[in-house]
Design a protein around this ligand. Structure first.
Ligand SMILES: Cc1cc2nc3c(=O)[nH]c(=O)nc-3n(C[C@H](O)[C@H](O)[C@H](O)COP(=O)(O)OP(=O)(O)OC[C@H]3O[C@@H](n4cnc5c(N)ncnc54)[C@H](O)[C@@H]3O)c2cc1C
Ligand SMILES: CCCCCCCCCCCCCCCC=O
Length: 742
């Protein structure tokens, strides 16, 4: 257990909150209904219901079996997440479900005869119905083929309830369910590598959350910035050569290259700055503080759960360290089909080499974790190619929690590489600072572009500071990532039709396999231990899927697990530490749109569905070949197969039933939720303003002096983990911008 005085992590990453959770716009009746739905999702079971076949049941399992999702503050935290993280329609469908089920008539409408009894008043509210009947009602709605918005409301409640239940922690950073599911987090684990410099970016850092109206200007002046204050308008005006919005893969590289070229660079980052000594390894607080929308970012139809980083270092601070160079075939495609000659140039090859060198890419880790062992063993047993995945970390890096920030300090995100170079050359990073609008005017000389960008207006994310920042710069670079660069450009009045379109997600379908301790001794460790993504199966150039393994903490694992009954969910979670996931990632031809923050629509193409199906079936074959005793998919009906003693024919028969099923909003009985951690293409490069939002130098076709240096400019989906491609592209564009300056 942890003694608070010893706690060594950032308060924001510790998790527990003292203040009461308010219920917002939900009435007490609706809160009672929500609690009774959470009571179904995480269901109190009879004491010996999770018996391990008569063996002595550990006390932790007994208390896990009786635990309920209705326990305070779980429903209240669900409401808090809905209010703070969900898009409007999600809140509306949940509100509709709760309002209806809080009345007898509404419950009758949604539940039919299951809400009737012989006792007065004969028709009951949902929260008054016995648990077994409530479970039947929820099961019915999960497979209801009509009124699918109502089903989506139940799906959102299920996902949030499970995420909260398995990620909430007490003041000692403990969760009562973790012992039962075999999960353990030691937040006080010493850093194997004594960090040389506690906060390597400090000398260039202005952290808005630590400033006040009285201190901000002084802090900015101290960093050598040209700052003037306009008291009447409450504006703090900063002048610099280059302002970069976003400190992730693209922004970090651009900041380093341009600062090194002698330019005064200001980086705006809406997230906060955390270093290895701040990270807690706690899933809940880390999702909340280090991820866009707290890690809860579904597409508008609920079909894809999206994750993107939002902290200093952006995605590179939370990603899984896979460093795969841009495939030669893709470089050829981008050069020939999209006419982006950069990608067939030596300039780009050289940039990739410099990027790999700067972020310390190593070829092969010394020891693989459980899930990567499963992938490797299954591929080898099937005679499939399986490669090691280069990492931007040392070869003996096995922290396993890079997805919550690398506490070992071994992973080389932009926060410990490119941004360090930038501040070493005078760059200033302003955190907790959200760009709201580019300052765009008509271009007087009108030579290059109709408009000209003069800089950016930013909001400080600290309600104790009333000032707004106006940053004037010769060059403005948007590096907000594919989900947020387009909304920023659109809210600044830019109209190029490619802005916010052609969004690619690399959709991921997950398969799982269970490997009981002691039954497959060659597969050691637990699902959440060791290097996250160190092996990959790439079937071949004509295929457009790859197989890899994910990092899933208990909350995300449970949130993605199909819920078929309270008993089944708890039985599945008891197997958490020895359940391996293998995902199939598709180089998508389908695409989506993101024209305002947090509102993402996306459509799978027929081609993508075919490849998802192929990849998912192959993932299941790999899991079976690795020796899983049971395998399954994330399909809503809990699609699975017991493998022991199953014949090849039975396996193939099962695989025939595996498909790329639609999402929860589609009018089908069985649906699936996919995932995405790679977003790209929503402001793609093009050889004309018809074909792209920016030109081959990354400059907006509409506004002179406005550039984009993030994944949004990529012409299409990459097909492999994109970090090297993004950083190398940013490297080339920043060098070109520096040349323009020269
Ligand atoms: C969980 C996860 C695992 C991944 N694993 C890998 C991997 O192993 N290998 C790999 O190659 N790729 C991986 N990726 C993908 C890779 O990290 C991303 O593709 C990459 O980080 C995208 O770079 P970017 O520059 O486009 O944006 P990001 O790196 O996302 O950076 C954008 C930054 O801009 C900030 N921002 C946005 N809007 C504003 C605003 N208005 N004002 C101020 N700041 C703003 C955001 O807070 C964020 O910090 C992973 C991604 C995730 C989420
Ligand atoms: C509340 C449940 C949210 C669950 C989201 C889980 C998202 C996992 C992302 C899986 C995609 C992996 C893509 C490859 C990442 C490495 O490059």
């Amino acid at each position: 257990m942890y003694d608070d005085s010893e706690r060594k992590c950032h308060p924001l990453l510790q998790g527990e909150r003292d203040e009461e959770y308010k219920n917002g716009s939900f009435s007490s009746a609706e809160m009672a209904t929500l609690s009774s739905i959470c009571d179904v999702i995480v269901q109190p079971l009879p004491l010996n219901s999770l018996d391990d076949h008569g063996n002595k049941v550990e006390e932790s399992i007994r208390s896990f079996s009786t635990a309920s999702g209705s326990q305070y503050p779980i429903p209240n935290k669900v409401v808090h997440l809905l209010k703070t993280r969900a898009f409007l329609e999600a809140v509306m469908v949940v509100k509709l479900v709760l309002t209806l089920l809080s009345t007898r008539l509404g419950t009758l409408l949604l539940s039919g005869t299951l809400c009737l009894s012989h006792k007065w008043p004969y028709v009951h509210n949902f929260s008054e119905i016995p648990l077994d009947k409530r479970e039947k009602i929820v099961q019915k709605w999960f497979e209801h083929r009509f009124l699918t918005p109502i089903r989506l409301g139940f799906v959102f409640i299920k996902t949030l309830c499970l995420l909260v239940f398995f990620t909430q922690v007490d003041k000692k950073a403990n969760n009562p369910a973790w012992e039962a599911i075999g999960y353990h987090v030691d937040i006080n684990e010493e850093h194997p590598k004594k960090e040389q410099n506690k906060r390597p970016l400090q000398k260039g850092m202005v952290e808005i959350m630590k400033e006040t109206d009285q201190t901000l200007v002084h802090s900015l002046l101290q960093k050598g910035l040209d700052v003037t204050e306009e008291l009447k308008e409450n504006i703090c005006r900063i002048k610099c050569d280059v302002v970069i919005i976003g400190s992730g893969c693209g922004g970090g590289v651009a900041a380093a290259i341009l600062a090194k070229s002698g330019k005064k660079v200001v980086v705006l980052e809406k997230g906060n700055y955390f270093t290895q000594t701040d990270y807690s390894k706690l899933e809940g607080p880390s999702l909340d503080q280090l991820y866009e929308s707290g890690g809860i970012l579904p597409t508008l139809d609920g079909k894809v759960m999206i994750q993107a980083g939002s902290t200093v270092g952006g995605g590179s601070a939370v990603n899984w360290s896979a460093c795969i160079k841009t495939p030669q075939s893709l470089r050829k495609e981008w050069a020939e089909e999209y006419h982006i000659k950069l990608y067939e140039s030596h300039e780009y090859t050289s940039a990739m080499n410099k990027v790999c060198e700067r972020i310390g890419v190593t070829e092969k880790c010394t020891k693989e974790g459980f899930q990567n062992q499963v992938l490797r063993k299954g591929c080898q047993n099937l005679g499939l190619k399986v490669d090691s995945v280069p990492q931007n970390a040392s070869e003996n890096h096995h922290c396993g929690t890079c997805c919550y920030g690398c506490r070992s300090g071994d992973k080389k995100g932009t926060d410990s590489t490119w941004l360090v170079d930038a501040v070493d050359h005078g760059a200033v990073i302003i955190t907790g600072c959200k760009a709201k609008k580019f300052m765009v005017t008509r271009n007087q000389n009108g030579k290059k572009r109709r408009k000209k960008c003069l800089g950016v207006i930013a909001q400080v994310l600290n309600d104790k500071i009333l000032k707004r920042l106006h940053i004037e710069a010769k060059v403005t670079i948007s590096a907000c990532g594919s989900l947020l660069t387009p909304p920023l450009m659109i809210s600044s009045g830019l109209k190029n039709p490619n802005i916010g379109r052609n969004l690619h997600l690399h959709p991921v379908a997950m398969a799982w396999g269970y490997f009981p301790e002691g039954e497959t001794d060659d597969l050691t460790g637990k699902s959440y231990e060791g290097g996250i993504l160190t092996s990959v199966h790439k079937p071949g150039s004509d295929e457009t899927y790859i197989l890899e393994v994910p990092a899933l903490g208990p909350g995300c694992f449970a949130g993605l697990t199909p819920w078929v009954s309270g008993q089944d969910l708890k039985e599945r979670m008891l197997k958490y530490s020895r359940t391996a996931h293998v995902f199939s990632l598709v180089k998508d031809r389908g695409s989506g749109e993101v024209t305002s923050a947090g509102r993402i629509s996306y459509k799978f193409s027929k081609f993508d569905n075919e490849n998802i199906k192929k990849g998912l079936r192959q993932a299941l074959r790999v899991l079976i070949a690795a020796g899983a005793v049971a395998v399954g998919t994330q399909r809503s009906d809990g699609q699975r197969l017991k493998c022991k003693g199953t014949s090849k024919e039975e396996i193939e028969e099962f695989l025939e039933t595996v498909d790329a099923v639609p999402g929860p909003m589609s009018m089908v009985k069985d649906w699936n939720i996919y995932c995405s951690a790679h977003q790209m293409g929503s402001c793609r490069m093009g050889k004309s303003e018809k074909e792209g939002a920016v030109d081959e130098n990354g400059e907006s076709w509409e506004a002179e002096g406005l550039y984009v240096c993030d994944a949004s400019i990529l012409p299409s989906a990459v097909g492999v983990n994109p970090m090297i491609t993004i950083q190398s592209t940013a490297y080339c564009l920043a060098e070109r911008i520096a040349d323009i300056f020269r």
